[in-house]
Design a protein. Structure first.
Length: 583
C-alpha cells in the first residue's frame, strides 16, 4: 500500500510518522542508552565524590556532563545534514577511540597515554593488525553513534530550528572546557567525563604541548667509571607492594618465609617512592633522576643502561607485567625504542600467561642470567600484588579470608585479606625460592616497589595526583649480597638510621658500577645506600616531565608513623600458622 502512494502523500506519511512524540521519546531513550554503555565509571565517580563530601567537585562534574549532553543534542538536531553529519563523525570517532583504549588497557585515555601513542605511531599498522579482534566493540560504537546522531526525528518548530542553527558550533565548547580542565589539573581531571569528548580534548592538549615543546635528547654519560665493586647488580622493582606489608620479624604472618632469610638481608625499613604511579616511579629510577630533575631535566638524563654500558656491563631488562600489555613492542612505563637500543637482552611475557606464574618466570630468567661470567646489570619489574589481587596468587594460597572475590560487597577488610594473600605469594614465596637458589656471590640485589596501596573503596588504590594518601608512597627497601665487605657497608649505613627514598637506589647502582661518589654527586645523585641518610622522605605525584609545570608536586611521608589498617592488625601469627601449617 505504501509503495502505491503518490510521492507527496508518501512524504506526508513519513513526516507524520517521524513527528510523532513517541518516536522522539524512543530516539531519546536510545541516545541515553548509548551514553550509558559507552561511559563506564560515571556512577562510581558520583558515589566517590558523595562519599568524600566533595560537593564543589560534584557540582562541577555534573555541570560538565550537562553541557556535554546538551551539546550532543544540539549537534544531533541541526537541520543541515552536512553540519549534523560532521559533528556525528567527530563524536563517533572520539567515542570509538576512547572505548578502544579502555577495551585494550582497562582505563580511560589521558594526555600521557596520547604522548606514548604518538611516540609509537610508526607501529600503527601492526597495532591495528594485532588488535583486530578487539576492534569489534569500538567499531560498533562508531557505527551506532553515527546512525543515532544523524537519523534523529525532525523538529518542525521554526523558532527552535533557528536557534539550533545559531548554535551550530556550540558542541565545540565542551571540547574546549575539558581541555582547559586538563591544563588546570596538570594532565588530570577527565575521570568519567563523556568519552565522546575526552579523547578530543586530551588529544588537542597533547598536540599543543608537544608542538610547543622543543626536542630533547639524552646526553651521553659524562663521567668515567673505575673498578666495579661486584660482577652482577640486580634491581627488583615490585608492583604495588606496600612497605608495612613486608615483615622480616621471625614468625610474622605477613612474610614468614622471607623472614627466615633475614640474616642475609640489610633492611632499610620503609622508604618513600619516587611517584604514586608505576610508570612515574620506574621512569625516575631508569632515568637516574634526582629530585631537581623532575619537571623537565629528567628527559635529558642518561639512562641507567647508558651508565652500565659505559662501565662494561651487559644490560638486561625483564618485564613480568608485559603479559597484560598488548602493544606490539610490549614497552611500557615510558620506555621507548631509543631506550631499548642500550639494552642487550629484553625479556617480556607472552600474553595470556596466568598472573600467579609471572614472577616465577621472572625468577627463572634472573637465575639463568646470573650463571654467566659476564658482568651485568639486571633491572626487573615484578608482577607483584597488582590488582585484582585475587588473580595474583593461586587459590591454594588463600590464607586470609574472606577475600574480595568471595565478599558480598567491596570493603577494606576483604581488600586487605586479598592483598595479604597476594603479598605472601608474590613476595614471600618468591624470595624464599630466590634465596634458596643463590648465595648472591659477587652480586648485589636491591629490592623495592614502585608505589604503595590504599584499601579504601572510596579512593584510588594509587596513582592519585591531588592530595594522595601517604600509603601510596610507602614502599619496602632492602639489599642483599654475598660479599661480606659490601654487606658490612650497607649494614653500617642502615644501622645509623634515617629515612630512605627511591632517589638513593640509582646512585647506589652507579657506585657499584664503579663510579666515584664525587662524580655521582656531580651528576646530581646521592647519597648512596652505603652512606648515612640525609634525604627528605617525600614522593611526587602527577606530571614529572614538565609538560604542565616545571615544579613537581611533593608530598612528605613520615616513615616513623604506623599506616597499617585496623583490618590487618588482628591477624595473629598462630592463626596464620593454623591456616597454613608448616610456615
Amino acid at each position: 500500500m505504501y509503495e502505491k502512494m503518490p510521492s507527496a502523500r508518501r512524504r506526508g506519511f513519513l513526516r507524520r510518522f517521524v513527528d510523532r512524540p513517541a518516536l522522539l521519546v524512543l530516539w531519546l531513550t536510545v541516545f541515553a542508552l548509548l551514553l550509558v554503555v559507552t561511559n563506564e565509571g560515571f556512577a562510581q565517580r558520583v558515589h566517590l565524590l558523595i562519599g568524600q563530601q566533595r560537593w564543589g567537585t560534584l557540582v562541577g562534574f555534573a555541570g560538565v556532563w550537562g553541557v556535554c549532553v546538551g551539546s550532543l543534542l544540539v549537534a544531533a538536531f541541526q537541520e543541515r545534514l552536512w553540519i549534523r553529519a560532521g559533528w556525528a563523525a567527530v563524536f563517533a570517532f572520539s567515542a570509538a577511540v576512547g572505548v578502544a583504549f579502555r577495551t585494550v588497557s582497562g582505563g580511560g585515555i589521558t594526555v600521557f597515554d596520547v604522548v606514548s601513542l604518538w611516540a609509537a605511531r610508526h607501529e600503527a599498522a601492526r597495532a591495528a593488525a594485532f588488535y583486530g579482534p578487539a576492534l569489534f566493540w569500538p567499531a560498533l560504537v562508531l557505527t551506532a553513534t553515527l546512525v543515532i546522531l544523524i537519523l534523529r526525528p525532525r523538529i518542525e518548530n521554526a523558532s527552535a530550528q533557528r536557534w539550533l542553527t545559531r548554535m551550530a558550533f556550540v558542541p565545540a565548547l565542551p571540547i574546549i572546557a575539558i581541555a582547559a580542565i586538563t591544563m588546570t589539573k596538570e594532565g588530570g581531571g577527565t575521570q568519567a567525563l563523556p568519552v565522546q569528548f575526552v579523547p578530543l580534548s586530551v588529544g588537542a592538549v597533547t598536540g599543543a604541548k608537544l608542538a610547543a615543546r622543543p626536542s630533547v635528547h639524552r646526553r651521553a654519560v659524562g663521567i668515567e667509571p673505575g673498578d666495579p665493586k661486584v660482577k652482577d647488580i640486580v634491581v627488583l622493582v615490585d608492583e604495588s607492594v606496600r612497605g608495612d606489608y613486608v615483615d622480616l620479624a621471625p614468625g610474622n604472618s605477613a612474610t614468614p618465609r622471607l623472614a627466615r632469610f633475614s640474616d642475609r638481608i640489610v633492611d632499610f625499613n620503609y622508604a618513600s617512592s619516587g611517584g604514586t604511579c608505576s610508570h612515574y616511579s620506574n621512569a625516575i629510577l631508569r632515568f637516574v633522576a634526582d629530585r631537581s630533575d623532575l619537571g623537565g631535566p629528567i628527559l635529558e638524563n642518561p639512562t641507567i643502561w647508558q651508565y652500565a654500558k659505559r662501565a662494561g656491563f651487559e644490560t638486561v631488562y625483564i618485564d613480568a607485567q608485559s603479559a597484560f600489555n598488548k602493544t606490539p613492542g610490549k614497552l611500557q612505563n615510558f620506555m621507548t625504542t631509543d631506550e631499548t637500543a642500550d639494552i642487550d637482552r629484553l625479556y617480556t611475557m607472552d600474553t595470556g600467561v596466568p598472573a600467579e606464574t609471572l614472577d616465577g618466570r621472572l625468577l627463572d630468567i634472573v637465575l639463568e642470567e646470573l650463571k654467566s661470567d659476564t658482568p651485568k646489570l639486571i633491572y626487573a619489574n615484578k608482577n607483584g600484588a597488582h590488582f585484582p589481587y585475587d588473580e595474583s596468587y593461586p587459590e591454594s594460597e588463600r590464607v586470609f579470608n574472606p577475600v574480595m572475590s568471595d565478599a558480598a560487597e567491596d570493603n577494606p577488610a576483604a581488600r586487605v585479606n586479598s592483598y595479604r594473600n597476594a603479598v605472601r605469594w608474590s613476595v614471600d614465596r618468591f624470595f624464599a625460592d630466590f634465596f634458596g637458589a643463590t648465595e648472591l656471590d659477587d652480586t648485589v640485589l636491591i629490592y623495592t616497589s614502585d608505589h604503595g596501596q590504599v584499601f579504601d573503596p572510596r579512593a584510588l588504590s594509587h596513582c592519585s595526583v591531588d592530595d594522595p594518601n601517604p600509603r601510596e608512597g610507602l614502599v619496602p627497601l632492602f639489599v642483599s649480597t654475598g660479599e661480606p665487605a659490601l654487606e658490612a657497608r650497607f649494614a653500617g649505613a642502615s644501622s645509623e638510621g634515617g629515612p630512605r627514598t627511591h632517589f638513593s637506589i640509582m646512585p647506589t647502582v652507579l657506585s657499584l658500577l664503579g663510579y666515584s661518589n664525587a662524580d655521582i654527586a656531580s651528576e646530581g645523585g646521592g647519597p648512596t645506600l652505603m652512606e648515612p641518610a640525609r634525604e627528605r622522605t617525600a614522593f611526587s605525584s602527577g606530571d614529572i616531565f614538565g609538560l604542565f609545570s616545571s615544579e613537581a608536586r611533593w608530598h612528605d611521608l613520615d616513615v616513623a608513623q604506623s599506616y597499617l589498617e585496623e583490618e590487618a592488625r588482628p591477624v595473629l601469627v598462630s592463626k596464620a600458622a593454623e591456616l597454613r601449617p608448616g610456615l
